[in-house]
Design a binder for this molecule. Sequence first.
Ligand SMILES: [Zn+2]
Length: 413
Amino acid sequence: MPLQPGRTVGELRELRELTGDEAGAQRVAWTDTWTRAKEWLSGKLASLEVEEETDEAGNQWFTLRGESERALVIGGHLDSVPDGGWLDGALNVMAGVEVLRRIAEDGTPPVTVRLVSWADEEGARFGRSLFGSSAASGTMDDQAELRERTDASGIRWEEALREHGVDLDRALDARGQLEHVVAYLELHIEQGPVLESMGLPLGVVLGTFGVERHQITFTGQAAHAGSTPMDKRRDALAAAAKLALEIRGIAARTGDGAVCTMGSCVTKPGIVTSVVETATVLLDQRHLAGETLAAMLAEAEEAGARFAREEDVEVAWERIWRIDPILFDEALIELADEAVTEVAGQSHRLPSGPLHDAAEVARAGVPTVMLFVQSLRGLSHTKLEDTKPEHLELSVQALDRLAAKTIERLAAG
Ligand SMILES: [Zn+2]
């Protein structure tokens, strides 16, 4: 039987009925609803000749044995944020199901083909994203901290994991799953407005942005709002405000998708009758090229120092978090471009702002690529998240083409 992309759309609606409510998708990892979704997924693949297993980190694997144990993996995640969208993560998995059906019905493939539904991509309940994929890739190194984490109702993560058959001490054993994996493919909704604004259904993802995140504290002098002349002030907020505007220029001058966000500003004493003594701001900067990201940071630091001098205040930077850009595989990007062009007539290459499980797999050294399908209004992590059904169907076709091309390439080499 040929590929039936319409079946994927129907199954996604079925999943929405089963695990959502009027507020949106409720498949938060390590909950009963998530378990229900996983059991439903098993049922969808029960009639195929695939082996199912759940690894030490709670990732759900379906393996179609091929002539070689070298494996192509297609991945996604069934977990959602609370009140989430119906497509984020689930499209990837259900498109993978349809591709796996098509490959299985074509007979034994030359390489092994596996579908993985990663555990806890969103980190919605315990605040740690990419749990399952970072365990499989071996980059997880925060188990000691994870052990102490609790959810909003005080339940320890370690306990919630144990209830779902996961022992934190053994989670990294999931690394064995990537042993024979030679290619990884992931389809995802874009979760941003770029493809829609270009009028394109599909795009090829070049990689995920590197991120530099800093807390910057400007320190001046509190002084009476009535008795302190304007030219005698050491106003920390004035310096912070200049920087807040300057980062827009930094992003614009850098281009290539560069983004800078000042997401928070806290002032003290924070009363209307005093000049601001300390202004503490949070800056997030992202770019796909590591050197460019470093230059953006240097430019922001230089600007911060200049504004501090101008306002006669002190400035201190503290890094909160960073991650290097993760670039996807050149050869797979080429194949993905071909697949998208064949299916949609035109392709477009774009970076991903959000991180994805694919980034963890790529960090483990597995050649990886992602496809994006247009998101309406660029919305995600809300029940308003949506994509046109015809675009969903095109995305299943493109993933299938890409899988076929990748298998052909792997079989030849
Ligand atoms: Zn996702």
